[in-house]
Design a protein around this ligand. Structure first.
Ligand code: MG
Ligand code: MG
Length: 255
């Protein structure tokens, strides 16, 4: 079932989203060569705790997972696409990192992700991050009243295709509100003019995941969580929670 939010609910979601944006900014600030993924999780945890927010990631156990998620952020490095589990791994020069974070505040949820490089970047990684950002921007631009979910999906897919990047077929964006994952799903490819109609008050997490090798398949790591490219190529993942409004798309997860 799709829940259309009141304007008051969207305001509350903006506050939850602000905490997510602040946590991601703090993680990015803390990240550097030699910093461990667990350190980054601790950084995000501090921001959530200070804001009085709960983590929808911690203890989360969707159908594909055999164990509850043990952290408040996903840390996906290099060939990891999404759902990376924070470990004692210390970031190295040239790593490409994607951080996904959620927060629940006063019963409402925000969900967002960023990708960035550590130390001296590989030019190809910067291109991949740019393409992923462009895909997200195109998806958000299509998130307007009168469009349908397929218009968002198509916009994202077109950018990924022109960048010759693959995208994992089974994962994409989603409705969001009282819970992190709600209906409708927001696939990263699709046909324009199809799917659920976009209305004022609909809130969506839009999240392109681009794999530089161009393949759409993926494998799951030994931890049962981390989604990895099958060809060892690098991946980027950028996400915002966005409200569809009569005034246009409103990003809810900026700091
Ligand atoms: Mg997310
Ligand atoms: Mg999401």
């Amino acid at each position: 079932m799709v829940e259309i939010k009141t304007d008051a609910a969207l305001e509350a979601m903006r506050e939850a989203g602000r905490v997510v944006g602040q946590a991601l900014a703090a993680v990015r600030e803390a990240a550097g060569v030699g910093v461990s993924l667990r350190d980054l999780d601790a950084t995000a945890r501090t921001v959530l705790t200070k804001a009085g927010a709960r983590s929808p990631f911690l203890g989360y156990r969707p159908s594909f997972a055999s164990t509850p998620f043990p952290a408040v952020i996903c840390t996906s490095v290099n060939d990891a696409v999404v759902h990376g589990v924070p470990t004692d791994y210390r970031l190295r020069d040239g790593d490409l990192v994607s951080i996904d974070c959620g927060a629940e505040l006063d019963g409402w949820t925000g969900d967002a992700a960023i990708s960035f490089t550590v130390g001296t970047p590989r030019p190809a990684d910067l291109d991949l991050i740019d393409a992923t950002q462009e895909a997200l921007d195109a998806g958000i631009a299509a998130a307007t009243v009168g469009h349908r979910i397929g218009d968002i999906s198509h916009a994202i897919g077109a950018v990924a295709r022109s960048a010759r990047c693959g995208m994992p077929a089974d994962f994409g964006g989603h409705g969001i509100g009282r819970r992190m994952h709600e209906d409708p799903s927001v696939p990263n490819r699709g046909r324009p003019g199809r799917g659920f109609p976009l209305r004022h008050g609909l809130a969506l997490a839009i999240e392109p995941m681009l794999m530089a090798g161009g393949r759409d398949d993926y494998r799951t790591g030994a931890d049962g969580w981390t989604l990895l490219t099958t060809d060892g190529s690098r991946a980027a993942h950028i996400e915002h929670t966005v409200a569809i409004t009569e005034e246009g798309p409103r990003i809810l997860t900026l700091p």
